[in-house]
Design a binder for this molecule. Structure first.
Ligand SMILES: [Fe+2]
Length: 191
């Protein structure tokens, strides 16, 4: 592994955080904000890469994500929900185990709390439709009953996600969703 990258080192910045000052952090904050658009670019690249992941399903994971977002949009979901639907399985870019939480954490600064919770727990809601094949609990979603986002999670899992493995469904392309992805990922509300 290489050491310091001299090309990207700012001479006015610190070598240790415990020697930093407010001015340096203001500069880092400004430069980071200026490059915010790279987040959407990276998310789009990760989605595109899911086109190479099929793993035995009838459609690849990109098409599954696009179909889920298409159904959300057709149902009149708001922009944050459409983008979350598009990105709900983006965690599979890194790892199938724990992919709902990976996706939820990527989305977290850009979507409202209920959408974060829906994506974080979506596999347990999906379980109603297939957990019985592995001896799992098809009622895994029941532990969340009473949560204010429970019915949104049911709509997402039952109407947008679990039925989006259909090669014949008219599915919108990634280019259709790109402006919405750029809009939602342009505005972080937390670090
Ligand atoms: Fe999914």
């Amino acid at each position: 592994m290489s050491t310091a990258n001299t090309k990207t080192t700012s001479p006015s910045s610190f070598r240790r955080m415990d020697e930093s000052n407010a001015e340096q952090w203001a500069e880092i904050g400004a430069q980071t904000a200026k490059r915010q658009e790279r987040v959407a670019t990276q998310v789009l690249a990760m989605l595109e890469a899911l086109g190479d992941v099929t793993d035995g399903f009838a459609v690849d994971q990109l098409r599954h994500c696009l179909q889920t977002a298409t159904r959300a949009e057709e149902a009149g979901a708001d922009p944050e929900m459409v983008v979350a639907s598009l990105c709900h399985d983006i965690g599979k870019y890194v790892s199938v185990p724990n992919h709902p939480r990976i996706a939820a954490e990527i989305l977290r600064p850009y979507v409202r709390q209920e959408i974060f919770d829906v994506i974080r727990t979506h596999q347990d809601f999906q379980g109603r439709h297939y957990y019985h094949h592995f001896g799992g609990d098809p009622d895994a979603r029941e532990k969340y009953r009473g949560e204010p986002w429970f019915s949104l999670a049911e709509t997402f899992a039952d109407e947008f996600d679990q039925n989006s493995f259909d090669p014949d469904y008219e599915t919108l392309p990634l280019s259709h969703f790109e402006p919405l992805v750029r809009e939602v990922f342009a505005k972080p509300t937390s670090l």
